[in-house]
Design a protein around this ligand. Structure first.
Ligand code: SAM
Ligand code: SF4
Length: 295
């Protein structure tokens, strides 16, 4: 279950939040106690792996402590974090103390100007420093990169090489045609794989188990980490998708591309029982569509 714990962010990536953001009123954001309640119900239904995301999760005060609280739910197996990396150094000790073992860091470019063009801010040096700190601290680090034609597609080799020089994996994620992503020209995973194969003919598919998701990984000689592809658009993997998403305001969404029908915030605040909460979580899962329908 992916848990968005805030709609706030300290960056403004063009494909995600191009015009700034329309902030939800604070009272509509789930409290940490409410998030824990949903996670307890989820664990009782067999959902034991959680990923904390946002907006930018580290801008919400108490994010590291929430990780600790979720780990203390009996039966919870894994709590990971997806972050833009800007505040990772600041909170690293607290995150480690609260049990974090793995982090996904979003980074689309290694060029200062392009970073500013995509995110609106000049935080690239901080993010690079924080990536090294996270690796050094022993966290399992995955870098997630979204490439756009004419913006950062020329950087695929430099980005892939992060996995050569450091003990981390790099995954290329296809731009999804949602929100402003619709107007961006995406780079397909298959195009990138061909470029990689040309540059590194010895590349071979890694069939070992990697995390919980749909990424397909490749091994390259002399690389410390793997290079992966998440090609949701060109290689639809909806049939195998086991994700469910809790939005910051408490809607349980069965798919990124569909509005959720179950508003857990309203239900929890109207005083439902634990059993009713479990029923609603199950109900939302039954609404999971057959496919995302990106076209
Ligand atoms: N702020 C955190 C971060 O950037 O990692 C967590 C939330 S962010 C929405 C999670 C991931 O979604 C980022 O890696 C971002 O690049 C990706 N993302 C946002 N919009 C996207 C789109 N239209 N297509 C593909 N990935 C997208
Ligand atoms: Fe913020 Fe992440 Fe969206 Fe960029 S992708 S604007 S960092 S939430």
């Amino acid at each position: 279950m992916r848990l968005s714990i805030t709609d706030r962010c300290n960056l403004r990536c063009t494909y995600c939040m191009p015009d700034g953001i329309c902030l939800l009123p604070a009272k509509e954001i789930l409290t940490f106690e409410e998030i824990e309640e949903v996670c307890r119900a989820a664990v009782q239904l067999g959902i034991r792996r959680f990923k904390i995301t946002g907006g930018e999760p580290l801008v919400r005060p108490g994010c590291p402590e929430l990780i600790g609280k979720l780990y203390r739910i009996l039966g919870a197996e894994q709590v990971t974090l997806t972050t833009n990396g800007v505040l990772l150094g600041k909170y690293l000790d607290q995150l480690l103390k609260n049990g974090l073992k793995a982090v996904n860091i979003s980074l689309d470019t290694l060029e200062v100007d392009t970073y500013r063009q995509i995110t609106g801010f000049g935080e690239l040096p901080t993010v690079l420093e924080n990536i090294d700190l996270a690796v050094k601290a022993g966290l399992k680090v995955k870098i997630n990169s979204v490439l756009q034609k004419g913006v950062n597609d020329g950087e695929w080799k430099m980005l892939a090489d992060l996995a050569k020089d450091r003990k981390l994996d790099v995954r290329f994620i296809e731009m999804m045609p949602i929100g402003y992503g619709k107007s961006c020209e995406a780079v397909r995973g298959s195009e990138l794989l061909s470029s990689l194969q040309e540059k590194y003919p010895e590349i071979r598919k890694d069939t070992s188990e990697h995390g919980n998701g749909p990424a397909v990984y490749y091994e390259l000689s002399d690389f410390q980490g793997k290079v992966g592809f998440i090609s949701a658009v060109s290689h639809e993997f909806c049939g195998a998708c086991n994700r469910i998403r809790l939005t910051a305001d408490g809607i349980l969404k069965p798919c990124l591309n569909y509005a959720g029908r179950v508003n857990l915030r309203q239900e929890m605040r109207s005083g439902i029982t634990d059993q009713e909460l479990r029923y609603l979580v199950k109900e939302a899962i039954y609404w999971k569509p057959r496919r995302h329908g990106f076209g």
